[in-house]
Design a protein around this ligand. Structure first.
Ligand code: CS2
Ligand code: MG
Length: 409
């Protein structure tokens, strides 16, 4: 079964998604996700101009061999753009293999380890009361775990929320503040944020007791000592995990946090290779590994890394935001079902446009994700619907501190 062609499809049913489509000489079509939020065209260029030629004529059954050839055989390895391109190819090849053998991908990965996956959703509020209200609404549909975020209050200007576009910093050029504008900065103040984080978390725990799981994502905004202090202060409120407290690939920073607190730590959505996470896993510096299957090279390396994590009692909690497509959500769900050390799965609601393009077999119901058996990844892509939604370039926002200096977003 030889690869006849590899194409890319860029579509925007609500958000931008880049799809890899591989066709074999016996007519099997496989799809994968190669979306990198805000960098879609860079990944598309790698796929269209560099990798398509490699793939043509190769045996589609040799997934690991193709993965190795592209990863180490083409010399320039790694990084989010390249690993996202590779992930798209890897997922499409698993999709093809499943269709070839008429089996869902999780069967080819060893079969089910569980019947359903516990899911968590994002909840955001301008105030802690509004946040609690959002949680209550979601609890009504059965959700039991929440990633909460809030607008940081300016402690010096009581009652004012200041995470708004920053209009008065000169960056050498005038910035028109419009939605999706390049570099649109917001003001950031870590001290105020840390104060509010403890306050909001205490409020949520006191309001809901221990009936719900609480997750907070710090988006790498702390320094190691700030993160250690926050993790220690959060201990009484029993977080499910504190996500990305510091920048990735800072082992000493993680050691510092660990030395001061037993709040569970999750890292991983910015990792692109096993080399990024092996030391934190082996030293037990993290408790949950949040790989992004689309930015980590796909199913093949995720399975290997999950096995390494299992060896050290680290659980898998794949990154599952709305900026990766339902193809990626399906791919990570197949892995989640097939590994013994699944932890929890980040999940997002689908809008109607998304459902028109991607007919998925993965359902959310009452706090859990289930999968309907279909060959391959099990997501049908409606290519004519995809064409209806033209690419709409967007940029990630940025943040700056009160003095105008760039801060980790
Ligand atoms: C976040 C993401 O879901 C998460 O954990 O960190 O929403 C992240 O901000 C986006 O994926 C960036 O594109
Ligand atoms: Mg995150």
């Amino acid at each position: 079964m030889l690869i006849e062609s590899m194409e890319t499809i860029l579509t925007c049913p609500g958000r931008n998604y880049l799809i890899v489509k591989i066709t074999t000489d016996d007519g099997i079509v496989g799809y994968g996700d190669a979306t990198l939020n805000g960098r879609e065209m860079s990944v598309k260029a790698v796929l269209d101009h560099h990798l398509a030629k490699y793939l043509t004529g190769m045996d589609a059954e040799r997934i690991t061999d193709i993965w190795e050839l592209i990863y180490r055989g083409t010399y320039w390895r790694g990084g989010p753009v390249f690993m996202t391109a590779l992930a798209g190819i890897d997922m499409a090849l698993w999709d093809i293999k499943g269709k070839r053998y008429q089996a869902p991908v999780y069967q080819l990965l060893g079969g089910r380890c569980r019947d359903r996956l516990r899911a968590y959703f994002h909840v955001h509020g301008h105030t802690k009361e509004a946040l609690a209200e959002r949680i209550r609404q979601r609890m009504d549909d059965g959700c039991t775990c929440f990633r909460y975020s809030f607008d940081t209050r300016d402690s010096r200007e009581e009652g004012l929320y200041f995470k708004q576009p920053h209009q008065d910093i000169s960056l050498g050029k005038r910035i028109e503040v419009t939605e999706g504008n390049i570099g649109r900065p917001e003001i950031w103040d870590t001290e105020a944020y840390c104060h509010d984080l403890i306050d909001v978390t205490a409020y949520l725990r006191n309001t809901f007791g221990h009936d719900i799981g609480l997750i907070h994502d710090s988006h790498e905004r702390f320094t190691p000592i700030q993160a250690a202090a926050a993790a220690r202060q959060l201990e009484p409120y029993g977080l499910y995990f504190l996500e990305d407290p510091i920048e990735p690939v800072n082992v000493q920073g993680l050691e510092l946090i660990r030395g001061h607190s037993v709040t569970p730590i999750a890292m991983g959505e910015l990792y692109n290779s096993m080399k990024d996470c092996l030391i934190p896993i082996e030293k037990n510096l993290i408790d949950y590994l949040r790989l992004d299957i689309s930015h980590y090279g796909g199913i093949t390396p995720s399975m290997k890394t999950a096995a390494a994590a299992d060896n050290h009692g680290v659980k898998i909690a794949f990154h599952g935001p709305s900026d990766i497509s339902p193809l990626a959500h399906a791919a990570l769900a197949h892995v989640d079902f097939a590994i013994p050390n699944f932890g929890i799965q980040e999940w997002v609601d689908h809008n109607q446009e998304l459902d028109q393009v991607f007919h998925t077999n993965i359902q959310y119901e009452s706090g859990y994700i289930t999968i309907k058996d279909r060959p391959g990844l099990g997501v049908e892509v409606d290519e004519s619907a995809a064409k209806e939604y033209a690419y709409n370039p967007k940029f990630l926002p940025t943040i700056r501190d009160r003095e105008g200096a760039v801060h980790n977003w």
